[in-house]
Design a protein around this ligand. Structure first.
Ligand code: C2E
Ligand code: MG
Ligand code: MG
Ligand code: MG
Length: 294
């Protein structure tokens, strides 16, 4: 299974990311060639989205999904974001690919709404270059209108990293406000790894803090990480934000998060990221509901 293979590749260390590491030292000619390859990948529709469920700890039900980009390379097979997103960012191709991601996610939300899953929310990752585009909220609104998705209900969420939003704070506030007024939910990804100013955090129209998986990983063995997780949950709740933990892999981690009143969880314990069709099948079979007793 490609997803598992990628997971193991990550576990084994960075040397496995040959595609990316080779390109890190690539000449400008090589970079130009790669840009062409990625541009054609977009034209040939080789990108696809996987979806990973997010579960509410209160209800035990799936409340949404995170959309995660994959590249079905004709020879190399399924590629994870770490292998190609840095190049998309370097070349600026992340902007059109990011628009493709939004269109694909919106189309999928609409399909789930037309089935028996009208309340699922889908989170999409935005990169810095995309977020700083002038008129971003209008661009997003146009894409969603073209798809015919009613997004005022909050079915679309965007995930932004801390370091991204802390640059040009005034610009960030303006963009976040217009997105939020449209009904787009805002989530801060990898929270705790950047340098958030807490006073700014209060000024942003944010809905969710997403605890980075690096703190979740050693929750059971590292008292420091456990303290950080507890502190982020308390901070989030005192700012009236929802808190979700990513990278939840074990029952021990889940038990800690339940006891700490974390709102939602996402991780391999519940499901790996899967193609939309597989997610739909699991939803229809009711197999993605988790059992409350951890
Ligand atoms: P992220 O947004 O923090 O996404 C979470 C990553 O953790 C995903 O990796 C997911 O597959 C992985 N993950 C989920 N559950 C577990 C778990 O229990 N254990 C472990 N060890 N990992 C888990 P993935 O799919 O390889 O994506 C990596 C990063 O690439 C994402 O991190 C995000 O920053 C970026 N990315 C993915 N899709 C997009 C996209 O459409 N646009 C942009 N701009 N960035 C994207
Ligand atoms: Mg994310
Ligand atoms: Mg994350
Ligand atoms: Mg992360």
């Amino acid at each position: 299974n490609a997803e598992t293979a990628m997971y193991h590749a990550k576990e084994q260390g960075r040397s496995n990311f040959q595609f990316y590491t080779e390109q890190m030292n690539a000449s400008s000619l090589q970079r130009l060639l790669l840009e062409g390859v990625l541009r054609r990948a977009l034209e040939r529709n080789e990108f696809l989205l996987y979806y990973q469920p997010q579960i509410s700890l209160e209800s035990g039900k799936i409340i949404g999904m995170e959309a995660l980009l994959r590249w079905q390379h004709p020879e190399k097979g399924l590629m994870a974001p770490a292998q190609f997103i840095p190049i998309l960012e370097e070349t600026g191709l992340i902007v059109p690919v990011g628009e493709w991601v939004l269109r694909a996610a919106a189309t999928q939300i609409k399909q789930w709404q037309a089935m028996e899953f009208p309340r699922l929310r889908v989170a999409v990752n935005l990169s810095a270059l995309q977020f700083r585009q002038p008129g971003l909220s209008q661009i997003i609104a146009t894409i969603l209108d073209e798809v015919g998705l009613n997004y005022a209900s909050g079915c679309l969420e965007v995930e932004l990293t801390e370091s991204l939003i802390m640059k040009d704070v005034e610009g960030t506030i303006a963009t976040l406000k217009s997105l939020h007024e449209m009904g787009v939910q805002i989530s801060i990804d990898d929270f705790g790894t950047g340098y958030s100013s807490l006073s700014y955090l209060k000024r942003f129209p944010i809905d969710t803090l997403k605890i980075d998986q690096s703190f979740v990983r050693d929750l059971s063995t590292s008292p420091d990480d456990a303290s950080i997780v507890t502190a982020i949950i308390a901070l989030g709740h005192s700012l009236k934000l929802k808190v979700i933990a990513e990278g939840v892999e074990t029952k021990e981690q889940l038990a800690f998060l339940q006891a700490s009143k974390c709102d939602d969880v996402q991780g391999y314990l519940f499901s790996k990221p899967l193609p939309a069709a597989e997610i739909t099948r699991l939803l229809q079979e009711g197999k993605l509901l988790y059992i409350k007793e951890a």
